[in-house]
Design a protein around this ligand. Structure first.
Ligand code: LLP
Length: 391
């Protein structure tokens, strides 16, 4: 990500706002599609939850990805951005009737079904509408991932998915329901995963389940392995584009596919994480008894990840690039929200900073703007794109 335009361009723009480097997004999409295409039958659905900004969605759609949606609103956003319905998968443990109907009306590719109860409701609604719903079952593979406990999903204690022991019985039920077509299996073990061994263990689990099903004459046509590939938050400039080759090669080497089986991926963070930054201004440098607080006009309402997951986003004082500063200082970087968890980072070394300096919180393209809220009656952050500042 480059923020290399003169900061003068920003003088009339209210902060905080999200800035997206479209070159980084395009480069990421290009490498992603190239590496996926190296393997027959691999296709990627972008996880809309990571960033549903309409211009970002359009760019991703133009690159030829499908969409992975978790709500009716996301399905609408994807359709509006031009994603084809037959490339949309719909996941989530609690799909409302109107969301199921919306998906059926638009003939989406597939529902990722998370329970027997949900399957029965989809069948009923599809029957009423004279439709057939294609379904994959989301299986809880009981594979833990090396990531934050709030973003692991594939363990027995998580609310997600159907237990492996119930797999055959739900497939048999699906085969009996008149308005359901069972087409495959779906998995997702968590997010921000950097150890390929976690994905390997998922592959071995899938292989085992496939053997078990095959012994009963069941060969699903589609295997959806979810998303989860992480990005480098510590040194984003060194790893602008994630290692898609290593990621897809891991699946290609470890999954034992049956003839004609298609593999689907649902990547979110790896697609958009590094192209976005939250840009904010320093309001005050408050000198406390023991600490020096750098108070930004951006807070947890704009970027929730640090407060919710203790995530660390790299920070850069952009103004210090244009004006010399005498040295570095240690700051606790905080927002203006009336919550003590509204802290971006403690004890960060930054160039000596002043009121009105512009601070960039990097690697904020995924789960940044998408998780922003209006708590404290604040305004939602606006978004700008690299081409907005080109001369
Ligand atoms: N598929 C399913 C079923 C998911 O639940 C998720 C993410 C994805 C795909 C996309 O995962 P990704 O490729 O982005 O890792 N807000 C948290 C992350 C929550 C992820 C939720 N599920 C964060 O800011 O770290």
């Amino acid at each position: 990500m480059k923020i290399d335009f003169p900061l003068d361009c920003l003088k009339d723009i209210p902060t905080p706002f999200y800035y997206y480097d479209i070159d980084v997004l395009d480069q990421t999409l290009h490498q992603l599609q190239r590496e996926a295409a190296a393997h027959a039958g691999f296709s990627v659905h972008y996880a809309v939850k990571a960033n549903a900004n309409p211009r970002i969605l359009q760019r991703i759609r133009q690159a030829g990805l499908g969409a992975d949606c978790v709500s009716g609103g996301e399905i609408e956003a994807a359709l509006q951005a031009g994603f084809k319905a037959d490339g949309i998968v719909f996941a989530g443990v609690g799909k409302s009737d109107w969301e199921i109907e919306l998906a059926l009306r638009n003939d989406i590719f597939c529902f990722n079904v998370e329970s027997r109860e949900e399957l029965e409701v989809i069948n009923l609604l599809a029957e009423q509408m004279g439709k057939t719903a294609q379904v994959c079952f989301r299986i809880n593979p009981e594979v833990g991932a090396h990531t934050h406990e709030k973003i692991t999903t594939g363990k027995a204690e998580n609310k997600f998915g159907i237990a492996m022991t119930d797999l055959e019985s739900v497939i048999h039920l699906a085969m009996c329901l008149p308005s359901i077509r069972f087409i495959g299996l779906h998995f997702h073990i968590g997010s921000q995963i950097l150890e390929m061994d976690d994905f390997k263990r998922l592959c071995f689990r899938i292989n085992h389940l496939q053997d078990r099903l095959e012994a009963q004459g069941i060969v699903p046509q589609h295997i959806n392995v979810g998303g989860g590939l992480g990005i480098d938050y510590e040194d984003p400039q060194a790893h602008v584009v994630p290692s898609f080759k290593v990621y897809f090669d891991t699946y290609a080497q470890c999954l034992r596919l049956r003839e004609g089986q298609q593999v689907h991926f649902e990547l979110g963070r790896a697609v958009v994480g590094q192209c976005g930054a939250l840009i904010s201004r320093v309001l005050y440098i408050k000198v406390g008894v023991e600490k020096r607080f750098l108070i930004l006009d951006a807070g947890m309402t704009d970027l929730l990840r640090p407060a919710l997951y203790h995530a660390r986003h790299r920070m850069e004082n952009l103004s210090a690039r244009e004006e010399a500063r005498s040295g570095e200082e240690e700051y606790d970087v905080v927002g203006p929200i009336c919550e003590s968890s509204d802290v971006f980072a403690q004890s960060v070394l930054l160039p000596e900073s002043h009121r009105s300096d512009l601070i960039a919180l990097l690697s904020s393209g995924a789960y940044g703007e998408a998780m922003a809220s209006q708590y404290n009656c604040r305004r939602l952050p606006a978004s700008y794109f690299s081409f907005d500042f080109q001369h």
